[in-house]
Each structure stands twice: as structure tokens, then as C-alpha cells.
Design a binder for this molecule. Sequence first.
Ligand SMILES: NC(=O)c1ccc[n+]([C@@H]2O[C@H](COP(=O)([O-])OP(=O)(O)OC[C@H]3O[C@@H](n4cnc5c(N)ncnc54)[C@H](OP(=O)(O)O)[C@@H]3O)[C@@H](O)[C@H]2O)c1
Length: 248
Amino acid sequence: MHVLITGGSSGIGKATAFAYAETGARVTITYNMGADRAAEVVERIRAGGGQAAAVHLDLEDHATIAPAVAAAGPVDALVANAVRWGTILPGGLAFKDVPASEWAAALHANVTGNALLVQQVLPGMRRRGFGRIVFVSSGIAEEGVPGPGVYGTAKMALHGMARALAWEAGRDGILVNVAVAGLTVTDAARPIPQEALDLLAARTPSRRLSTAGDMAALVLFLGSAANRNLTGEIVRDGSNAGRSAHAL
Ligand SMILES: NC(=O)c1ccc[n+]([C@@H]2O[C@H](COP(=O)([O-])OP(=O)(O)OC[C@H]3O[C@@H](n4cnc5c(N)ncnc54)[C@H](OP(=O)(O)O)[C@@H]3O)[C@@H](O)[C@H]2O)c1
């Protein structure tokens, strides 16, 4: 099994790289600005006896996508995890204030970029009669949160993409799903005050927020041969807060 994980230089992508490596899979991660962080991930996997490589891919620069996939070589599984955060960081913009340029940039990277990425891996998966594709999405897409409207809209597009692809590629042994993260405790979550994290945890069924490792385990299942015939599904991690009035 060879897996290509975009955005494997940190957070959920990095944890997913380690999770695949532990199963003996060959792992290729992509990075954008974090070449050093990606090299550390590769080094750690190799030090543990695994096979890993890192390639540059910038979802904003579509010209980098095909060369990155070519450098990775034939892949059995694609984890489309990388994200251009845009105006969600540091706190989002009110809907009325989002300029057209931000809409264009966010959709260009997070929607079209991922579509072009899938186009690069699909023919090989078809030829080999096996493929797993996992899009990493966010509870924000379905829940709606004031502020990150552009981010949520772009993530929701991935749900539509997965549904369409599941039907189009299913007969070739390719299963396509979405793993929906709630607030996940990664470095990106560090600026969030503990009080706010506790509040969100209290609104989940299991009363705890997931770690990157928890998300990695979900992605690994969806994106491996252990997933025999689950496809076109939007699978929500338990860290998604406030889906039910019971949580109030
Ligand atoms: N953490 C959460 O609470 C949470 C919640 C819901 C959904 N998610 C989703 O989970 C996924 C991973 O999130 P994370 O928290 O692990 O984020 P993260 O730690 O910020 O990692 C983001 C990754 O995306 C890469 N990236 C950034 N801009 C890119 C671009 N223009 N082109 C290609 N790659 C780019 C980064 O690469 P470099 O560092 O090398 O630049 C990094 O590897 C994302 O899809 C995110 O939307 C996360």
C-alpha cells in the first residue's frame, strides 16, 4: 500500500502519516511551507524502519500538483488533507466583508486544487482496480459557524465531490469518503483557551475532543483495504460539538 497524504507536515496529516507507516504502508506526504517539518516526519518514519518521502505541493499553485503526484509514483490511497486556511485564521471575516478575491482564492485552492489532485491519481487507481480516497473536512461545513463561511463552503464542496466520485469510480474498486473532523487538538488549536476547549468537549457525545491521532485512525480505516465497501459517506468524528440538543 502506497498512500499520498497532502499536508502531511503537521497536525492531522502528520498523525495520519505515522498511522499508515505503522501498518507497513509506504507513505508520501506533501508540504507547502513546512519543508523542514516534512523532513522530520519522513526521518521519524524511516528511523522506525518505514518507507517515506516528502514532495512539495501548493494547492494555490495548480502547476505543482501533477509534478508532485508524478514524483510520488503510483498511489493506492489518497488522503486529501491539506487546507488553505485563508480568512478562517486568525478568526474569520463576517460574510459581508469577504472580498471576491478571497472567495476566488479559497475555492481555487481547496476545491479546484483537490479536484485536480484527484484527476492525477484516478487513472492509475482505475488501471490497478483499487483505490481509496479520503477527503478531510470540517464540522464547520455542516454546522455553520459565524466567520468561516468561505472555509465551510469550500469544505462542503468536497462532500459533493466525494459523492460524485464514489458513483463514478466505484465500479473500478475505488472507494471515496469524507472524514469530518470536529475541533481537533493539534498545534493549530493551541491558541484556543482551555475554558473554550472544555466547553466544546462537554458538547460532544463522548465529552472529549479528538486528538490528531484519533482522526488519523478514522482516516486510516476509510483509506485502507480494511474498508471493504464503505463509499460516498460523510463520516463524522465524535469531536464534532453540538450536533444535538442533548448537549445543551
Ligand atoms: N484541527 C482542527 O481542529 C480541524 C478541524 C476540522 C477540520 N480540520 C481539517 O483537517 C485538515 C488538517 O488540519 P490541521 O489542523 O492538521 O492543520 P495544520 O496543522 O494547519 O496543517 C495544514 C497542512 O496543510 C498544508 N497546507 C497549507 N496551505 C497549503 C497549500 N496552499 N497547499 C498545500 N498544502 C497546504 C500545510 O503545509 P505546510 O505546513 O507545509 O505549509 C500543513 O501540512 C484540514 O483539511 C482542516 O481543514 C481540522
